[in-house]
Design a protein around this ligand. Structure first.
Ligand code: NZQ
Ligand code: ZN
Length: 384
């Protein structure tokens, strides 16, 4: 097994009613709380009233930071950081899905420095060390952002969507009941994002037997099983809870222990997002099977293991046939759960500049085959 150091500082409060029971206590040492959220879903489903009720009863000064959009922009980060500084915010409470959480992680770091955090991280490779402490109330699961320090931000002027390092939440509330109001398409898109995180880790190196991959296979099977349950029973609480915890598990570092992850599908999708503002999980659903058909011959053994242990395919004559059948099973599953298999199904315009997307995509070295920009361009054209 490869050497590793593992720590996760986020304390998780999982299950019904956690916010009501514990949030007040967790905020007792803070005075000015930034309440950060998206376009207003929390006002419709009662979560906003519940949280402001707690904050007001504790006489906190509340600074609202609203309108954080899906695929949060760098301009929004700057707006939040300015607001936090002007109001001497001493705690950030992010209430939402991955977009709200990600934006707050970087607001938390940017508010502590005068320099431009994008310039620091991307150009100077200088990473933040001071943060406004933050906590998270997850309302839509999938990204797993609640248990790590990574944040995906779109810089609209540079046309780059990429990961930055920011604050990691002190605590995260995961109440599956809060996800009941998420539009069903987003529930499925988020769950596929979780599956993608698991796959991108599983197909990383090394592929020798290791505990992380064994746990990962269980996570993948669980995500697939629970997505199938939700298709016919949208409100099934147990399936929603399982998916919510799988989402955190895929991105809290446990599955990555001793692994060099791949995340090539994510890198392609992020640049697609930078150019089209598309939905993250749906973009991944289109890209994954096409990408895997391009590379599986360089990793037949691993793809065959994926086919057997995740999709239960044991009846093929060779590893190569098994490997391909696994990718077909993944694609059939994507169709079965109603996710798109082409960019046109996602409503992405035909005249999208795929060449520029390919040329600006970060190339990873973690999987069985390192791609070139031309191969990424071919993959994108095949996805159209
Ligand atoms: O704007 P609001 O009101 O929050 O509405 C959101 C949004 O329209 C809605 N929603 C969330 N909770 C709801 C709800 N609607 C009704 N009821 C609720 N309880 O759902 C829509 C999508 O929300 P968003 O946060 O954008 O979705 P998701 O959680 O999928 O996050 C996507 C973002 O996370 C990034 C993606 O690239 C994308 O920018 N990722 C972050 C990662 C990380 N930090 O570790 C890893 C991922 O790979 C991913 O790249
Ligand atoms: Zn993702």
């Amino acid at each position: 097994m490869n050497n590793f150091i593992y720590e996760n500082k986020t304390k998780v409060y999982f299950g019904k009613g956690g916010v009501k029971e514990y949030l007040g206590c967790l905020l007792k040492n803070y005075n000015t709380v930034m309440l950060a959220y998206g376009s207003g879903s929390i006002k419709k489903n009662g979560v906003y009233n519940e949280i402001t009720g707690i904050l007001n009863s504790m006489e906190k000064t509340v600074v609202e930071f609203s309108g954080i959009m899906p695929n949060p922009t760098y301009a929004k980060v700057r707006e939040g950081a300015k607001l936090a500084r002007e109001n001497n915010v001493d705690f950030i409470l992010a209430v939402g899905g991955g977009s709200v959480i990600d934006c707050c992680k970087i607001v938390s770091a940017q508010a502590k420095i005068d320099e431009d955090i994008w310039e620091n991280e991307i150009v100077k490779k200088k990473f933040p060390t001071e943060f406004i402490p933050m906590g998270v109330v997850v309302t839509a699961s999938g990204t797993g952002s609640e248990m790590n320090a990574g944040a995906v931000i779109t810089n609209e002027t540079e046309k780059i969507k990429c990961g930055l390092f920011g604050a990691q939440a002190n605590f995260a509330f995961l109440d599956p009941m809060y996800t009941m109001s998420v539009p069903f398409e987003q529930v499925i898109s988020g769950a596929f994002d979780t599956l993608s995180h698991a796959m991108e880790t599983y197909f990383g190196k090394p592929s020798a037997n290791n505990l992380s991959d064994d746990i990962n296979e269980a996570v993948m099977r669980g995500v697939i099983r629970n997505m199938r349950i939700l298709i016919t029973d949208h409100e099934n609480y147990n399936a929603r809870s399982e998916l919510m915890w799988a989402s955190s598990m895929a991105e809290n570092g446990i599955l990555k222990i001793g692994k060099i992850t791949d995340f090539q599908a994510h890198q392609i999708e992020h640049q697609l997002g930078a150019y089209t503002d598309c939905n993250h999980g749906k973009g991944l659903a289109v890209i994954h099977p096409v990408l895997y058909r391009h590379i599986y011959k360089d990793g037949i053994e691993r793809f065959a293991r994926f086919a057997k242990n995740v999709w239960g395919i044991y009846d093929k004559k060779s590893d190569e046939e098994t490997a391909l059948a696994g990718i077909n099973a993944l694609e059939n599953f994507i169709k079965e759960v109603g996710l798109p298999t082409s960019f046109s199904q996602m409503g992405i315009p035909e005249n999208t500049d795929y060449k520029s997307i390919a040329d600006s995509t970060n190339i990873t070295a973690g999987c069985c085959k390192k791609l070139t920009a031309d191969e990424i361009f071919d993959i994108l054209k095949e996805c159209v």
